[in-house]
Design a protein around this ligand. Sequence first.
Ligand SMILES: CC(C)(COP(=O)(O)OP(=O)(O)OC[C@H]1O[C@@H](n2cnc3c(N)ncnc32)[C@H](O)[C@@H]1OP(=O)(O)O)[C@@H](O)C(=O)NCCC(=O)NCCS
Length: 187
Amino acid sequence: MIARLIADMVELLAQLKLRQQLLRSGLWCWSMEIRNAVVDDHRRIVEVMVEWWGGRDLSASLLKIFFIHFQNTCFIAEQEHELAGFLVGFFSQCNQGEAYIQFAGVNPQYRREGVGKRLYNEFFAVCRSHSIVTVKSSTSPENTLSILFHQVLGFTILPGDGEINGIEVTNSYLTENDPKVLFERNL
Ligand SMILES: CC(C)(COP(=O)(O)OP(=O)(O)OC[C@H]1O[C@@H](n2cnc3c(N)ncnc32)[C@H](O)[C@@H]1OP(=O)(O)O)[C@@H](O)C(=O)NCCC(=O)NCCS
């Protein structure tokens, strides 16, 4: 009984050490599975969104319809069945050659390990294979991390009709008087 307990502990420590080594080598993120979303992922994401967005509840904007009709442009990152991240995007029906990323989030336990970048790269790849040449996205002006992340990934901020903290914003993009920073990236 005690021997078994010790063996389990040794195994656990070995796994932790392996994870640390993988993290340091940058390989950890590449061992993560990225797959297209399925309907049940909507429920799993809604359950964690408030925590992942630091207390903000944006779940009402994440419609289940995306997980029914846009599975080929929505991606899930998983580590041993644990939800590590997601991206919800679609191809524009009106503007040919254009796609839009509506939401992306990474489990706080897996941040800064390249998961967000991998999810965006998966989306860029499916876009390229469908002759999409421009990807757009938006975020709240207070979400400075998201602004930085998009800029690092090659997005530029589009001109708006206002400015908050020195950043161009569009005041009524999705909702009246709810400023958003708009991004664009050419593929
Ligand atoms: C924004 C978010 C998706 C980034 O995901 P992530 O997996 O942590 O990002 P990555 O590890 O792929 O980072 C890519 C690059 O972005 C920059 N970056 C990401 N997080 C950063 C941080 N906390 N501080 C500084 N730079 C950061 C870095 O340049 C990083 O590259 P590097 O680690 O090689 O220097 C994640 O922080 C998140 O889910 N935030 C809450 C939800 C949200 O705001 N979503 C975005 C808009 S819908």
